[in-house]
Design a protein around this ligand. Sequence first.
Ligand SMILES: Cc1cc2nc3c(=O)[nH]c(=O)nc-3n(C[C@H](O)[C@H](O)[C@H](O)COP(=O)(O)OP(=O)(O)OC[C@H]3O[C@@H](n4cnc5c(N)ncnc54)[C@H](O)[C@@H]3O)c2cc1C
Length: 451
Amino acid sequence: MTSQPPSSPFKVIIIGAGSPPPFKPPSQPHPHPHSHPPSSPPLHSPPTFSPLTIPGTTGLALARGLTRLHIPFALYERSPPTARPRDWGMLLHWGTPHLLSVLPASVHPRLSETWVDPHYDWSEPVVRMDGATGEITGRTPGQNLVRVSRRKMVAFLEEGVRVEYWRVVQGVEVLGREEGGGVRVRFEEDGGEVVGSMVVGADGSHSKVREVLVGAEAARCVDTGFTMINYCHARYTAEQAKVLRSVHPILTTGWWGEGRIAYLLAALDIPSLDKPEDWQFQNYMGWHGSPHKQDFRSSQDVVEFFREKASHFCDPFRTAAQGIKDDTILPVDVGHQWSPSQWDNRGGKITLAGDAAHSMLPHRGQGLNNAMQDAAELVTAISKVMYENVPLETAIAAYEASMIPRGAKEVELSLQTANISMGENRRRDFKWKYSLAQDVEMNETEGHIEK
Ligand SMILES: Cc1cc2nc3c(=O)[nH]c(=O)nc-3n(C[C@H](O)[C@H](O)[C@H](O)COP(=O)(O)OP(=O)(O)OC[C@H]3O[C@@H](n4cnc5c(N)ncnc54)[C@H](O)[C@@H]3O)c2cc1C
């Protein structure tokens, strides 16, 4: 059992980091103090369509900010140290200054290491098309707009951060004064327990720490009726790969069936411009209503559905879908969300950040950007406790007073955007001008997002 004496100095416990990014999973786990013997069963049986482990950026960004200010913390992650992270691309835009604020200036010039294509200069806004005809229907501008790889972002943020892997949080308890007045976090299996001053749940959409805060029932994500296939391991021949980047080098989105089916085709990893056969792509298809995840009986069912819908699309989508092999497992995800409202943060000792605090649909590309703002604001709040004698309760209340309404508004706006662009209330004349911006409102009557 790992624990600290009650008199120990201020220490933050962060839940949810990411796994190191090996490109190929080794056949045996590395030796690790908390690793299970190879004969042990896996901690979780893999979900049918999502067999890879999911790493996180919120906890790591927070850890980097605390490191910079010499604030003690410990970071726990349920993934084994050898897990291959599930990768996808994310639009990073207004969140960039928040991300930079938690990092030392010396690494700012290296941010392009996280981009899906470090060679691209981002001179053209991303493209939207009529999926059937190929007509360009618009371009989506964004402040500081780049597309980052989740895997690369985890690798970048993890530099110099110590992560305790294979620690699955089971519960959190607030300690009485006689025990030091902090928090105790218990881990599943033989993971023991740790004591700290406060705990930050950065443990993703299905956060365990959120359950502790609001109860299991209220913590549950809501199914929005949207479903998505998000396949990020597609590789092609050199000729096919060039077609895929012909409309826009990074991201092309198309709609078909009066907007019912959206197809997002994106570069995910472009290691060298000279070797298109090594380029990796993300294929994402989203829709509202039937079929739902549970309606697919096999991975073959999913491939057939994907191919049939993609057959109505023109290039570059058609070439992308045709290049996907019969035996591919295309992950199907339920489009869920969770919207925050004020919780009892136990005197500031338990709080949330990132997807744990506000889980939103990806249709406005806001989750990571908000997560970076959470990390930056939480670093500021905790530094006030450390260095300015601000009570923990006051500092965390200030953080939550900003984060909770911002997160709740974005959860709603992302759902409205999904609904108006491809849901039951879809409008073909929906204008995307401010669709990536922060501090905007949806005008459903006029069919646009306004500043
Ligand atoms: C398809 C898709 C596209 C997206 N596109 C964009 C985009 O364009 N722009 C944008 O801004 N955002 C986008 N997002 C959202 C973005 O991915 C997230 O908001 C962002 O990665 C922050 O995630 P997180 O670190 O909070 O959570 P996660 O990435 O889920 O990390 C949580 C971590 O906690 C760990 N964990 C979970 N439970 C436990 C436990 N009990 N004990 C210990 N550890 C635990 C997990 O293993 C994981 O490593 C997209 C999301 C999806 C799904």
